[in-house]
Design a protein around this ligand. Structure first.
Ligand code: FES
Length: 94
């Protein structure tokens, strides 16, 4: 099973392949915050420090939002991401 390490929280959590990050965060008391849960508010912005290839591909809404925010290439919206096929390392984006 893939592992998600949240550097900000010094936590590593094992998840099922294809598991949504938002569900993992809600089950494990992480410091990643959520607002709209729909890719529209940016509250859940994270940086993928390692394993970006194991995060689900970006949809048009997420891409449009991140472009509007001039986000860095490794920034994603946690509410839109699933973990697929390998380990990732993330941190809260400031
Ligand atoms: S919770 Fe609003 S963009 Fe993710």
């Amino acid at each position: 099973m893939p592992k998600v390490t949240i550097k900000t929280d010094y936590k590593t959590i094992e998840v099922k392949d294809g598991y949504p990050l938002i569900d993992m965060c809600e089950e494990h008391d992480t410091s990643i915050l959520f607002g709209c849960r729909d890719g529209a508010c940016g509250a859940c912005m994270i940086r993928v420090v390692d394993g970006a290839q194991f995060v689900s591909k970006m949809g048009d809404n997420e891409r449009d939002f991140l472009e509007t925010m001039a986000a860095a290439p490794n920034e994603r919206l946690a509410c839109q991401c699933k973990v697929t096929g390998g380990d990732i390392v993330i941190e809260v984006s400031e």
